[in-house]
Design a protein around this ligand. Structure first.
Ligand SMILES: [Fe+2]
Length: 311
């Protein structure tokens, strides 16, 4: 069984990232998404170099019900994947039967219990090994879109200012509008008519401007359940899981446990490992369920991972 090991020596920060786990007591077989989440946690626990942070990019649950969060928490009890755990909030985590505020509070309660944090908002940051991990989150029910608000956007600007040009990692459930093939890749039927569909929505340009005003920013999203797409698809179709523009690296993750479409590899179980070194950042797709690094989808320059020198 393959254990995760960094590509190079002297990694300063290792993060494991998965998205759209969709723990769901109403799933035809609830143990299926629970199995994928648990496998990813156990895979990280076995890593040859301890993982500093295990991060999800939202939709940990399919609805933010008490039962779903109990099932998610049970998965996290089965392994010790990393020194830190952080759960980005997703639109599905904020959907429930008892109103937005009750569901938001339930996310905070369970996320804090799982992660050992004391967050009072869906947006927060932590500095791990000297690197900023920044998590964006909805402040009101916005359907499938993001709704961050001016206070959070001003805070994002300050957080990236404080990073001072060191690599900074921003996690938001939704990607910028129109990236990674959106809106075409929003669903398998390619029926989207709104150019904002599947993305952040009305605040996308503001987030984009803040990201692009800083160096060495890496922005991670999930949400669309697009499979892992590499550089060949970028040339043929114009989109990929890893994109870069104006110095900002954009990474869109497949769903870990809820099925994928539009991918070169649509398998469930896929996430990424972020490795930060003094002079570069490496981001490597991994199938956490099969315990193997991606070898078949070429991500950048004919290699099955993303490697970028720090500016
Ligand atoms: Fe999702």
């Amino acid at each position: 069984m393959g254990k995760t090991a960094p590509l190079y020596h002297n990694a300063k920060l290792i993060c494991a990232v998965t998205s759209d786990n969709h723990i769901d007591c109403q799933h035809p077989v609830p143990k299926v998404p629970m199995w994928f989440l648990t496998q990813s946690l156990k895979d990280c626990e076995r890593s040859l170099r301890p993982v500093d942070a295990y991060v999800t990019i939202g939709d940990t649950t399919s609805r933010g019900s008490q039962r779903n969060w109990e099932l998610a928490a049970a998965c996290f009890k089965k392994a010790n994947p990393a020194k830190h755990i952080f759960l980005t909030v997703g639109n599905h985590d904020l959907w429930g039967d008892d109103g937005f505020e009750a569901v938001r509070q339930r996310y905070l309660t369970y996320s804090n219990a799982i992660c050992g944090t004391d967050h009072t908002e869906t947006w927060f940051s932590h500095t791990v090994n000297g690197y900023k991990l920044i998590f964006l989150g909805n402040t009101q029910d916005a359907g499938c879109e993001a709704h961050l608000g001016e206070e959070q956007l001003a805070w994002l600007q300050r957080e990236l200012d404080e990073a001072g040009g060191k690599p900074a990692f921003v996690f938001c459930h939704q990607s910028l509008n129109g990236r990674h093939g959106l809106p075409r890749t929003w669903d398998r039927e390619e029926s989207a008519t709104d150019p904002m569909e599947g993305g952040i929505g009305t605040e996308s340009d503001k987030v984009e401007a803040i990201l692009k005003a800083h160096k060495n920013v890496f922005y991670f999203s999930g949400h669309s359940h697009m499979g892992l797409c590499g550089e060949t698809r970028k040339q043929a179709e114009g989109y990929a899981s890893f994109e870069q523009e104006d110095g900002v690296t954009l990474v869109n993750l497949p769903s870990l446990a809820c099925g994928n479409h539009h991918g070169d590899d649509k398998s469930m179980g896929i996430g990424v490992i972020i490795e930060v070194y003094d002079d570069r950042v490496v981001i490597r797709p991994r199938n956490f369920a099969r315990h193997t690094m991606n070898r078949k989808v070429m991500i950048k320059d004919g290699k099955p991972y993303w490697e970028q020198m720090i500016e």
